[in-house]
Design a protein around this ligand. Structure first.
Ligand code: VTB
Length: 327
């Protein structure tokens, strides 16, 4: 039984995203994206290396020659087992943070080695994501109207009662028009469709479905959360230019393939943690006070479907003594 229950790695991963949020949060509204990202990356890497596992970064800050840390292929952790894949987004919404806007979060996900989908040739995916009640109601190949009608039926609502979240981008002009014609409402976000997908899959956020095109790495991170929550996500690779189309043809990539959450991250034990950096619908952001700070996180595991919210009070005077990153 002990082996079956095993460690909930997510309860350890939350310290990773808390540390990233605490250090990145200092840069809220200061207009310095690079400094904020570096702070989050440094803190995340330090704490990840204290976790007993042999993790390999699959979704990270980029290729080794472009990212000094948290690069794809980097090994993190302080033990030989379990061997895991790691997906990190130290700040999903760096622009949101640097411009002092809502909903920037720090995220990390871990799953068995070799379980996370990699998209070396295509940077974006067309996505649809919903919570458990509507998990069987979506089909990314169906029309926007059909999807909204089916999700409304699954949620026992009218289409006009649905709220769709999507990135505020020119490429979504036609999508937004179709949502409006179907009668649903829209929550535009400037950035951060990981939080967008998690909001769509989490009851009580006021968001019912994520639609639209966003980063492929972010799709994998979001899929880890969706696997834990029990919602569904369907994605299709979306080549954005001639160069990516050439790669797709040269490598025989099937862009018609529908990738479900289980395709984006398979295996039976997925762990996800996220900490709010700026206040948002999903999580409160970091709040600093005289001798400390508070953070709010969500901690999930797919095997038992547990989702925890963790409100933490941090004491820098004690953290400093142990070199734990605080600000
Ligand atoms: C997407 C989205 C991310 O950046 O990658 C977006 O998935 C970039 O889209 O959450 P554009 O290239 O159209 O700006 C984020 O919003 C933040 O990294």
């Amino acid at each position: 039984m002990e082996q079956q229950i095993g460690r909930n790695l997510a309860l350890e991963l939350v310290r990773v995203t808390e540390a990233a949020a605490l250090t990145a949060g200092r840069w809220m509204g200061r207009g310095q994206k690079e400094a904020a990202d570096q702070a989050a990356v440094d803190a995340m890497r330090m704490v990840l290396n204290t976790i007993p596992m042999d993790g390999v970064v699959v979704i990270g800050e980029g290729a080794k020659d472009k990212a000094p840390m948290l690069f794809e292929g980097e090994h993190l952790g302080c033990a030989d087992e379990p061997k895991t894949d790691i997906a990190v987004d130290p700040i999903d919404g760096t622009r949101l943070l640097s411009q002092g806007m809502a909903n920037s979060i720090s995220t990390v996900a871990v799953a068995e080695r070799g379980s996370m989908f990699e998209s070396p040739y295509v940077a974006y995916m067309d996505k649809i994501a919903v919570g458990p009640e509507a998990a069987d109601a979506v089909d990314i190949n169906a029309s926007v109207e059909t999807n909204l009608k089916n999700v409304a039926r699954a949620l026992n609502r009218d289409v006009r009662d649905l709220t769709v979240v999507m990135l505020d981008r020119p490429r979504h002009e036609e999508l937004a028009q179709q949502v409006r014609e179907a009668g649903a409402r829209i929550r535009f976000i400037m950035d951060g469709d990981v939080a967008g997908a998690v909001m769509a899959a989490t009851p009580g956020t006021g968001i019912d479905i994520l639609m639209g095109i966003g980063g492929a790495p972010e799709a994998v991170v979001a899929a880890c959360a969706i696997r834990c929550i029990g919602g569904e996500m369907q994605c299709k690779l979306w080549p954005r230019n001639e160069e990516e189309w050439a790669s797709v043809h040269a490598h025989g990539v099937d862009v018609s393939r529908v990738l479900t959450a289980a395709d984006l991250v398979h295996g039976d034990d997925v762990f996800f943690a996220a900490t709010g950096i700026t206040d948002g619908e999903l999580l409160k952001g970091v709040h600093y006070f005289g001798d400390g700070a508070t953070t709010q996180s969500v901690v999930m595991r797919s095997r038992f479907g547990t989702t925890r919210r963790v409100d933490t009070v941090h004491r820098p005077s004690k953290l400093d003594a142990y070199g734990v990153p605080f600000d």
